[in-house]
Design a protein around this ligand. Structure first.
Ligand SMILES: NC(=O)c1ccc[n+]([C@@H]2O[C@H](COP(=O)([O-])OP(=O)(O)OC[C@H]3O[C@@H](n4cnc5c(N)ncnc54)[C@H](OP(=O)(O)O)[C@@H]3O)[C@@H](O)[C@H]2O)c1
Length: 308
């Protein structure tokens, strides 16, 4: 019997368990699914490759039924090995909703909390970051990022001090939609960073030119935002059959293929798709198991996407 078929059988068993387990983590105890984690170069710490964003999905704080739905999203996220939640003061009530829902879960022990500073001025930045930590109910923020490079020189100084004082564990800078790339490249060249966050997906590949190779070269972890081009990728693939490579990679949806295609890039550390739906969250978390595509398989996924 080939190794591949043993892997395949093991995966199918695990996939079946994932489907059965739903929100009951105790059911995982019999056999752990193979969870993919990548290393944060600045520390050597391992991080689950599928995280979650909260922009435009962690909303409607006064709608009790919707909050129950988001609680279910978080339960599924953590019971499938999720760790990194990405928020920002820019996302309205998202930080507060995360802070209110987390204590209701008994499986959020592996949380890797990430948020951003998004204002001008040293004191305003300090106050905003304190407020974010209070809202998200985290005594130490795992990752604090400067949102869209806003007043980055000022905040980077504070973030360095806070990291030394143990208030945050990692620091980083974010961008998206291909904006500010040359300025970000300049910062990455000159300043030691733990993380950069940027947009990268099968339709928007600009980051392959300089940002991703530079992150790899400098040992900077990457968070990949807009992995679905804000959902646009699904309008191309909805209802279309999956290519043969999907089975090799144990992908049961286009969404999983899109996320695995990104994660097959050696510089991509963690993708942060956003969803307010339990079904989509379960789908997204499925990309964090079994194996990632090699360069040949990435090409096959790309060809399949281009022929849609
Ligand atoms: N400058 C920055 O720092 C910056 C900028 C942009 C984004 N971000 C971060 O990156 C995160 C993700 O980016 P994004 O929200 O712009 O875009 P995205 O994750 O590419 O797309 C989100 C959209 O995809 C849909 N979706 C998610 N999973 C799906 C699935 N399995 N099947 C079908 N549809 C699915 C969601 O709808 P449903 O809710 O219906 O599932 C939502 O409409 C943000 O939440 C934020 O944390 C940061």
């Amino acid at each position: 019997m080939s190794l591949m078929s043993i892997d395949r059988r093991r995966f199918l068993k695990n996939a079946a368990m994932l489907a059965i387990a739903g929100n009951n983590p105790a059911l995982f105890a019999a056999e752990e699914p193979v969870r993919i984690r990548k290393i944060i170069p600045s520390s050597g710490e391992k991080l689950a490759v599928v995280g979650m964003g909260t922009s435009r999905t962690f909303i409607n704080p006064d709608d009790a039924a919707f909050q129950q739905q988001l609680l279910e999203v978080l339960r599924i996220f953590f019971s499938n090995g999720g760790q990194l939640l990405d928020s920002s003061p820019m996302y309205g009530p998202a930080e507060s909703i995360v802070g209110q829902l987390l204590p209701k879960l008994d499986n959020a022990g592996d949380l890797f909390a990430a948020t951003k500073v998004w204002t001008r001025g040293e004191q305003a930045g300090i106050e905003q970051m304190r407020e974010s930590m209070r809202k998200m109910s985290v005594p130490v923020m795992d990752l604090m990022q400067i949102h869209n490079l806003k007043d980055w020189q000022t905040h980077l100084k504070t973030l360095r001090e806070w990291k030394e004082q143990g208030k945050i564990r990692y620091l980083g800078v974010t961008t998206s939609h291909g904006r500010f790339h040359s300025e970000l490249i300049d910062i990455m060249r000159k300043e030691p960073l733990d993380f950069v966050q940027l947009s990268y997906n099968i339709m928007d590949r600009e980051a392959e030119q300089v940002l991703l190779p530079m992150a790899q070269d400098k040992g900077i972890a990457t968070l990949i935002n807009r992995p679905y081009q804000r959902g646009e990728l699904f309008s191309r693939s909805r209802g279309k059959p999956l290519p043969a490579v999907a089975e090799e990679l144990h992908c049961t949806s286009w969404g999983q293929l899109y996320l695995k295609w990104i994660l097959g890039h050696p510089a991509a550390t963690c993708v942060i798709p956003a969803s307010s739906k339990p079904k989509h969250t379960r789908d997204n978390m499925g990309a964090g198991f079994a194996e990632l595509p090699d360069q040949t398989q990435r090409k096959q996924i790309l060809q399949a996407f281009n022929s849609l």
